[in-house]
Design a protein around this ligand. Structure first.
Ligand code: AHM
Ligand code: MG
Length: 336
């Protein structure tokens, strides 16, 4: 890979465009970048070290915690706390949000929400997983303990969001509201290098990604849309190709690059969908929109405009190329 610019340089360059910037957000990225490298290292030797498998405890959502979930959560938490730039953290692996009330952090204006290892059940079969993060400015006064309201903000208010994909190469992809930029990790140098500037969803695509095994339990509009994807029509390049990794970050990453749609609808096993709004849906929706795509939960309801009510709330989630979501929306609107 030709080295163009490192993630650190890129962030400093962007920060220089905002004279009022304090550097706090850049420090948050420095923390996330560092923890990602640690997690990258450990995921890569997961088959060799004793960090595969379940830890024997469940998270608040009743899911088995994997050793790596817990380990990565601690790494991200510690890296963020160490720099004194985050006043609170919410995580898929924490029942409640964590307050950083120490002298260093309590003056900070930012909160971070994170899914430390998304798709962690894939690790033991050597399939890509990811980290998802989301950054907001707190709404409660600086210097006071963080409150529910700081975390239950609409996705539209995100200051930054991103993911790390631990795949055949590790990449960090993020947006601060000025496009989406991807950096590939060079493990021999220990740096992320700009490899995918200004990532954009193709307006149209021909990949659909859904856990089709649950088809029977999907709402009618979704079923009809899946049938539409499978029909033959030369003009619209159908039938589409089906690709589902079962790892949200990987499925969305592929679809941004190739053009496609990702669907995780409600079903009888997951009446509100499976994905969590605050640390899965919102950050991936922010990136999707910044990359020119769309993300919705229902016809006419964009993910980013949903009003959160609970830290771990779930939502149906559809994201992808603009024209594909427009088409899905027609089916959802006609069959509700
Ligand atoms: P997790 O946060 O417990 O890892 O679950 C989220 C993952 C997503 O990465 C993925 O899109 C989805 O669960 C897959 O679910 P399913 O196995 O039901 O298709
Ligand atoms: Mg997750």
């Amino acid at each position: 890979m030709e080295i163009t610019k490192t993630l650190g340089e890129f962030i400093i360059e962007k920060q220089a465009q905002y004279p009022e910037a304090t550097g706090e957000l850049s420090s948050i990225f420095a923390s996330l970048r560092l923890a990602s490298k640690v997690v990258h290292r450990d995921i890569n030797k997961a088959g060799l070290a004793d960090i595969n498998g379940a830890i024997g405890s469940e998270n608040i959502q009743g899911e088995q915690q994997q050793k790596l979930d817990v380990y990565a959560n601690e790494k991200f938490k510690a890296a963020l706390a160490a720099r004194g730039v985050v006043c609170g953290l919410a995580s898929e692996e924490e029942d409640n949000y964590v307050r950083f009330d120490d002298q260093l952090n309590k003056k900070s204006k930012y909160v971070v929400l994170i899914d430390p290892v998304d798709g962690s059940s894939n690790i033991e079969v050597n399939v890509s997983v990811g980290t998802i993060f989301s950054v907001y400015k707190r709404v409660s006064p600086v210097g006071t303990p963080v409150t529910d309201a700081d975390f239950l903000q609409k996705g539209r208010k995100q200051v930054a969001a991103g993911y790390v994909i631990y795949g055949s190469s590790t990449m960090l992809v993020y947006s601060t509201g000025c496009g989406v930029h991807g950096f590939t990790y060079d493990p021999s140098l220990g740096i992320f290098c700009l490899s995918h500037p200004d990532m954009k969803f193709p307006e149209d695509g021909n990949i659909y990604s859904v856990n089709e095994g649950r088809y029977i339990h999907f709402p009618t509009g979704v079923k009809k849309y899946i049938k539409y994807c499978q029909e033959e029509d030369l003009e619209t390049n159908r039938p589409y190709t089906s690709r589902y990794i079962g790892s949200l970050v990987s499925d969305i990453h592929r679809n941004i690059l190739k053009g496609g749609i990702f669907l995780y609808p409600s079903s009888s096993s997951y009446p509100d969908g499976k994905l969590r709004l605050l640390y899965e849906g919102n950050p991936m929706a922010f990136l999707t929109e910044q990359a020119g795509g769309r993300a919705i939960s229902y016809a006419g309801q964009s993910i980013l405009d949903m009003e959160p009510t609970e830290l771990h709330q779930r939502t149906p989630f559809f994201a992808g190329s603009k024209n594909m979501i427009d088409k899905l929306e027609e089916f959802l609107a006609n069959h509700e």
